[in-house]
Design a protein around this ligand. Structure first.
Ligand code: FES
Length: 212
């Protein structure tokens, strides 16, 4: 071999070095074109995991919500809730100074939900069921609204229902206030936090929010 190298001289050594570099380049190129395939496979696996998590792991609202106290805040007069699905939006002050308030919404429901209140009323009915929810979507913190357009929920939000719901326009999550704010469609998994309500005279007050 020493003899061969002697015969190859400096030109032969350079050729061998160039071949080694070419071989390294070939290996790098082979890996480079595999990278998109690996990325697509990983993305597909993650997408499948998320789809399963989102569709089959939606959390129920707690049967007995635990509330964190907030400064008592007037929501609306009871007369505001004269009919089922009448609602009022309000802001619940933060517990800590300097933090923003929580947008929230109180709504009259057709039946009781945990964390809501039932009224024997002067609302021309035997009783009324009121509940309130944070309007901060549990997916990525957009603001949800009470959507009374059932057709829009069925088609636009791809959720079959026969009653109004709280909907988030950002990524089309739907929350059912009749189920304590449970996420029933879209990417959100956790229910909307409920807001504690109290009646003082003819006014509805908010006094706390469900712990996350
Ligand atoms: S932020 Fe509401 S669905 Fe994404």
């Amino acid at each position: 071999m020493d003899d061969e190298r002697l015969h190859e001289g400096p030109a032969g050594g350079a050729r061998g070095g160039a071949e080694a570099v070419d071989e390294k380049r070939r290996k790098v190129v082979q890996w480079l074109w595999r990278l998109p395939v690996i990325a697509v496979a990983a993305g597909g696996g993650y997408g499948l995991y998320e789809a399963i998590r989102v569709h089959f792991r939606k959390l129920e609202a707690e049967a007995e919500p635990e509330f964190e106290a907030r400064p008592a805040t007037p929501v609306a007069s009871l007369a505001t809730f004269a009919a089922v699905w009448d609602s009022a939006e309000f802001e619940l002050p933060s517990a800590a100074a300097g933090e923003p308030p929580t947008p929230a919404l109180a709504v009259r429901l057709p039946g009781p939900v945990p964390g809501g209140i039932a009224l024997d009323t002067g609302l021309n009915v035997a009783s009324a069921y009121l509940a309130a929810f944070s309007r901060v979507c549990t997916h990525q913190q957009c603001i949800v609204s009470l959507n009374r357009d059932v057709t829009a929920i069925n088609i636009g939000f791809n959720h079959q229902t026969d009653s109004p719901a709280l909907t988030c326009a950002c990524h089309l999550s739907v929350f059912d206030p009749r189920q304590g704010g449970k996420a029933v469609s879209g990417p959100a998994v956790r229910p909307l936090p409920r807001v504690r309500l109290e009646v003082r005279g003819d006014q509805l007050y908010a006094t706390g929010i469900e712990r996350a």
